[in-house]
Design a protein around this ligand. Structure first.
Ligand code: GLV
Ligand code: MN
Ligand code: MN
Length: 417
């Protein structure tokens, strides 16, 4: 692809790494490199406060919207017409220090380096951190960016009840991040998210940059199985109505559905709660989640259909009642070909090794793709480990990704759609 001549800056890798390390001190999981900053907790507030301080110290215009999304811009119209970077700074309960944080702090670094270079840039630059990308405390994932693009109303975000019984609106108010800026938010000129791959492909193939073409579809379902709680010693096996036995069979069925469908289909049971959860009591109920993902919407629907058929069959056999609820459902997303092509061309021009790939994880970029031309850059994750405190990306890969983000953002300031 032919690239327009473009302004360029050199990012300060040392400053970027220092900020990643400093943010990782908040909610640090002792004895590891990882963090726990679940959305809207005190640790999330502390992380937000630190990043907002960095943003305001640069003299950026900082806005907080009605669901807690924070945007910093070099212009005074917020994200409107800006070339925007962004991601999230909340983590899963057992998170690493790079997931999300890299994209936010690299975006901030691109802005700081550009301001310091004092070059002529045709459009404002912006960086965002979106609320509750992880969705582990409050479903769905990508909640903040979904609201930003108008895919979920502010009212419905604020009333979501979390796994711990708390309510989003109360917690957002409590941490002081229920802001006045409008949501849905302004439409940027383009959006680019730098993120760690969180999978093994780049590391295995020793490739520096993943040029992300899209994000696979995500389906989260909560299943509650209700049976008959009873004495573990006196209730004969044939007379039990055991919801845990059903949960176990459904777990195995979900795994078989994924392996039988093959290809990119994955299935995960990541949460299982029993009540009363005691050694000598047949449980009264079992609540579990199933996360199904596929790059192909038709196959994802097939996996969902097969899962629900198995659930019904297994539960009927055990005389168990099923309550099911969708926690998140997003179709696969394709990124803008022009943005994808230019990220690839710039990376190759800089001598970086690249590979096109889909994203297995959900990302704020998949929501932003609904309102503006969007793309993503991946850097390798050591051994493909993520959502784990052991998550690691080498410094040189973090810096190469951030430099590519700078080059891509500045190139996009020159492009008209
Ligand atoms: C969100 O990060 C997800 O992919 O689950
Ligand atoms: Mn992430
Ligand atoms: Mn994550």
């Amino acid at each position: 692809m032919e690239l327009p001549s473009q302004p360029s800056v050199v990012i300060n890798g040392t400053r970027l790494l220092a900020r990643i390390a400093e943010l990782a001190q908040i909610g640090a999981i002792e004895g590891t490199q990882g963090c726990s900053r679940l959305a809207f907790t005190d640790a999330d507030r502390e992380g937000r406060d630190l990043v907002v301080t960095w943003m305001t110290d640069l003299g950026l215009t900082v806005t907080v919207d009605a669901v807690g999304n924070v945007i910093a811009s070099t212009g005074n119209a917020g994200a409107a017409g800006a070339v925007m970077a962004g991601s999230h700074i909340d983590t899963v309960g057992t998170g690493g220090r790079f997931d999300g944080n890299l994209g936010v702090l690299a975006g901030l670094e691109v802005i700081e380096a550009t301001l310091a270079a004092d070059i002529d840039v045709k459009r404002p630059l912006a960086v965002a951190f979106f609320s509750n990308e992880e969705g582990s405390r409050y479903p769905p994932d990508m909640m903040g960016s979904l609201a930003y693009v108008g895919g979920m109303s502010v009212e419905s975000v604020l009333e979501v009840e979390g796994a711990d019984g708390t309510i989003v609106g109360d917690e957002l108010e409590r941490i002081g991040y229920r802001g006045p800026a409008p949501c849905p938010g302004a439409v940027p000129h383009a959006f680019v998210e730098l993120h760690i791959e969180q999978g093994p492909v780049l590391d295995n193939e020793e490739i520096q940059i993943g040029v992300v073409e899209g994000v696979q579809g995500i389906s989260w379902t909560e299943l509650k199985f209700v049976g008959q709680s009873n004495h573990a010693g006196t209730t004969p096996m044939a007379l039990r109505r055991d919801p845990m036995a059903v949960a176990a069979e459904v777990t195995v069925a979900a795994r078989s559905i994924a392996t039988d469908l093959g290809g990119p289909q994955v299935a995960t049971v990541g949460s299982l709660t029993l009540h009363p959860n005691l050694v000598n009591v047949v449980p009264a109920h079992a609540t579990m989640t199933v996360d199904l993902r596929n790059t192909d919407e038709t196959l994802l629907r097939e996996a969902e259909k097969q899962l629900m058929n198995s659930v019904q069959q297994i539960a009927d056999r055990e005389d168990i009642t099923v309550e099911s609820r969708s926690l998140a459902r997003f179709e696969p997303v394709e990124f803008d070909k022009r943005v994808v092509d230019s990220i690839e061309a710039i990376a190759q021009q800089k001598g970086l090794s690249t590979r096109r790939m889909p994203s297995g994880a959900g990302h704020d970029a998949q929501m932003m793709a609904r309102i503006c031309p969007t793309g993503m850059i991946f850097v390798p994750s050591l051994d493909g480990i993520s959502h784990n405190p052991a998550e690691h990306t080498d410094d040189e890969d973090l810096i190469a990704g951030a430099q590519l983000l700078a080059d891509a953002m500045l190139a996009l300031t020159e492009v008209t759609w």
